[in-house]
Design a protein around this ligand. Sequence first.
Ligand code: C2E
Ligand code: MG
Ligand code: MG
Ligand code: MG
Length: 292
Amino acid sequence: NADAAMYHTKRSGRNGYHFFEASMNVNAHNQLQWLQDLRLALERNEFLLHYQPKYNSPNGPVLGAEALLRWQHPVHGLVGPDEFIGLAERSGLIVPIGAWVLDEACRQMKTWYDIGHEDWKIAVNLSALQFAQIDLIDLVKETLARHDLPARCLTLEVTESTAMHDAESSLKTLQQIADLGVDISIDDFGTGYSSLLYLKRLPANELKIDRGFVRDLSDGNDDAAIISAIVALGRTLNLRIVAEGVETTKQQTFLTSVGCDALQGYLMGRPMPPDKFIEATSNLVKNTAHTS
Ligand code: C2E
Ligand code: MG
Ligand code: MG
Ligand code: MG
């Protein structure tokens, strides 16, 4: 059977990460296999979280971290979320997986809290399907209680398009989240179609400027103007502005100069396993202290 042969070859291939994406579209059998793998991944304990620091710009203290999902696949190694979140969403598996992410991120945040990082916030990404679950609020409440973690230590990130979809019902959900005392961050901002009227009503605390604008940033182009406009908008609406995907000092300097409140990106810190996080972030604070 040709499919099976192709399947076997590809599964055994070395550059699993790149092949993975292609396989999901090209080969139905593979897609089914990936789905089966994904179904088992939770009980096999194959998921893990990496944490990327958020910094107060420019060299300020760590504000907390964003939890980013990874899958340690038995054959393909470490797989990033862009490769499987879509499948997880389409299959509904994102709901139990997302509950695991929330639980694990809160558990980790609690250990940081207990060693003195009481002012940190852990940010967890919510998918559209999770956001639409009717027991989302209970899940968040129960998870915080299970770990004895104050609500203010949790931020939920929803993309602009998720927040804008079915605006009235989203508003209700966001308001319930806000009522718990949990922060709300609007992720990938600038890629959706926000109505300003709706944005004004959102009980959000933070806007994250989409990485695309930061990536294409160079002096005097449209992206610089768009970023300045988003910052001005955020100011008006009393929102904290976070720039994500900061890779160069030039980007950092620009973003700080236009008034971004926080920065996140490879320049300051890559997503990393939790055991590296404290050391990596406290080194940076130490270095800063030496130079100032
Ligand atoms: P996002 O929430 O916008 O997360 C930011 C992404 O940008 C992360 O990719 C992060 O590793 C990457 N990034 C951060 N700094 C830089 C940089 O300086 N340069 C570049 N090139 N990239 C940078 P990652 O971890 O692959 O996650 C991709 C997306 O997958 C996330 O985008 C989020 O939408 C989704 N995702 C991640 N974890 C979860 C999760 O637990 N649940 C759900 N529903 N979605 C998740
Ligand atoms: Mg995010
Ligand atoms: Mg984003
Ligand atoms: Mg994104």
